[in-house]
Design a protein around this ligand. Structure first.
Ligand SMILES: [Zn+2]
Length: 355
């Protein structure tokens, strides 16, 4: 009898011990942090959320309460202030405010509340609590860098780049051509067939959701780009450094596409001027896409609201990035691009920003 009791007690202690270990064990083998010696490398362990189904659909369901949610004191006011005033360099060049990224952040933290509300601050505090960031409810740079790392790593292309490799390009015969009405400006758009089919499904859903406001909305202005032609073009323009073009572009995979989101007056759909990116992020389409595009397998490069990569099939085996032609990828020392205030080596930026 006593022996039986002791035995049961032993088993119980063992179970408790295993449970304690399970709860307290550091989550997984934290993946190696990408590439750059800059801010990204300092980010805490990673989380890869962006291919999960969205936790808070933008449409449907009861409206979310956005006030009086018990957010950390002053958090909503702090977010309201920094939203348009924060000077920072999330992608290596100076930007003011974080409104451009607010829709993506809201999707990440699972709220439909505006960034200056209690509801947003509460959702952010909850997210911070589960991602090892100080639970302030305020969008700190550490919070954004942790999110950004997750967003980067949700892109198979970036994961391959992080290992120093550039994915292979499919033969032209393995690509499908988008219809003329799906192309912006009459360009020939080629994509992997799976990516094009998923794009069709996404367009149909966007249409149904009422977020296609103009005939050209969500048409494609760049799909597959042959590595040779891309390399020649960026070498010619001496802009292979990363923020505008790179020696290893995601467009070589046939899985990446640039789509018309919106544009500010006087800008084209591909201008990375801050005012233009802000206009895109304010559009109903982009707000819909950050929540819904992952359902169709698409992930976004956060700096470019127009650039989406389909994750539905594996990348082709790659070649070392170091083996690619370097023309045009040297850091510009004498005269930095007009919009760049970064003192970081261009190559490090390029590795992080490749798309
Ligand atoms: Zn692109």
């Amino acid at each position: 009898m006593l022996r039986g009791l002791l035995w049961a007690l032993g088993v119980l202690l063992l179970v408790i011990g295993v449970f304690w270990l399970w709860v307290t064990w550091p989550a997984g083998g934290a993946p190696k942090i990408p590439v750059s010696p800059g801010t990204l490398a300092a980010a805490p362990p990673q989380h890869i959320p962006s291919v999960d189904p969205p936790s808070a659909p933008l449409v449907g369901g009861p409206p979310e309460a956005c006030e009086g949610t018990g957010a950390p004191l002053g958090a909503a006011a702090a977010n309201a202030f920094t939203l348009a005033t924060l000077p920072w360099q999330p992608f290596g060049k100076l930007e003011i405010g974080w409104e451009t990224y607010a829709p993506r952040i809201a999707a990440e933290i699972g709220t439909t509340c505006a960034p200056d509300t209690d509801g947003f601050a509460s959702a952010l505090a909850r997210w911070q609590g589960t991602h090892g960031v100080q639970q302030s409810g305020v969008l700190s740079q550490a919070t954004f860098q942790t999110m950004l790392t997750g967003w980067h790593l949700a892109r198979p292309f970036v994961r391959m780049n992080r290992d120093g490799m550039c994915p292979g390009a499919p033969p032209l015969a393995d690509l499908a051509q988008a219809e003329a009405r799906e192309s912006f400006g009459g360009k020939t758009i080629l994509l992997r067939p799976g990516a094009l089919e998923s794009y069709h499904r996404m367009v149909a859903a966007a249409k149904e959701a009422g977020v296609l406001t103009r005939p050209e909305t969500l048409t494609i202005f760049s799909g597959f780009r042959a590595p040779d032609a891309d390399a020649q073009r960026c070498a010619r323009d001496n802009n292979c450094q990363g923020l505008t073009r790179t020696i290893c572009s995601a467009h070589r995979t046939g899985l990446a596409m640039d789509v018309v989101i919106d544009s500010a007056p006087g800008f084209g759909p591909d201008s990375s001027a801050d005012a233009n990116r802000l206009a895109m992020s304010r559009s109903p389409l982009y707000r819909w896409m950050v929540v819904n595009a992952p359902r169709f397998g698409f992930v976004n490069y956060a700096y470019e609201p127009w650039h989406w990569e389909w994750t539905g099939e594996a990348l082709l085996p790659g070649v070392p990035i170091s083996s690619l032609p370097k023309e045009g990828s040297e850091p510009i020392v004498t005269e930095p691009p007009a919009d760049s205030t970064s003192g970081k080596p261009a190559a490090a930026e390029a590795a992080r920003n490749r798309r």
